[in-house]
Design a protein around this ligand. Structure first.
Ligand SMILES: [Zn+2]
Length: 156
């Protein structure tokens, strides 16, 4: 498959991932690959690049990969399907930055990240899925990381 993404300058967010061709809604954009690891086995200084796949498991994307640089937006043009797939939510034009809503991937209640995405709907502080507004949860529906939709397990 021809790569339809590139890493580029995303202004104050640092680097980001951009479309080099149009994506249509529902089209696969990228997949997070790699071994799912216990968070404490991942160095803390790269936690910001991890992608959560279960309540106690995270994938650390290859440094410099698209997954490494995928930024958050409070009005994203992509959503998460299943465990590790990112698909287009809206039509993404060539040159657009590709984004997901990090809250649809985070199940750790201690998570808090300042957001300056600039969208009118910006929540300013990004927190875990459970803190999302019910209306927004409704809008995302099942298009969030699969583990977030399961009943939380009390013990491992
Ligand atoms: Zn925002």
């Amino acid at each position: 498959m021809k790569e339809k993404l590139r890493v580029g300058d995303a202004g104050r967010k640092g680097k980001g991932v951009f479309a080099v061709e149009r994506f249509l809604p529902g089209e696969p954009v990228l997949e997070y690959g790699g071994k799912a690891e216990w968070i404490w086995d991942i160095p803390e200084d790269v936690w910001q690049f991890t992608f959560q796949v279960d309540y106690d498991k995270y994938i650390l994307p290859e440094e410099g990969s698209f997954g490494w640089y995928l930024n958050h937006s409070c009005d994203p043009n992509c959503v998460i399907l299943g465990t590790n797939r990112v698909v287009a939510l809206t039509t993404i034009e060539k040159g657009d930055e590709v984004t997901i809503d990090y809250s649809t991937n985070v199940g750790w209640d201690g998570f808090a990240m300042e957001c300056g995405c600039g969208e009118p709907s910006c929540r300013k502080i990004i927190r875990s899925y459970r803190y999302l507004d019910p209306a927004l949860k409704g809008r995302y529906g099942a298009c969030v990381s699969a583990f977030l939709l399961e009943r939380r397990r009390e013990t491992a």
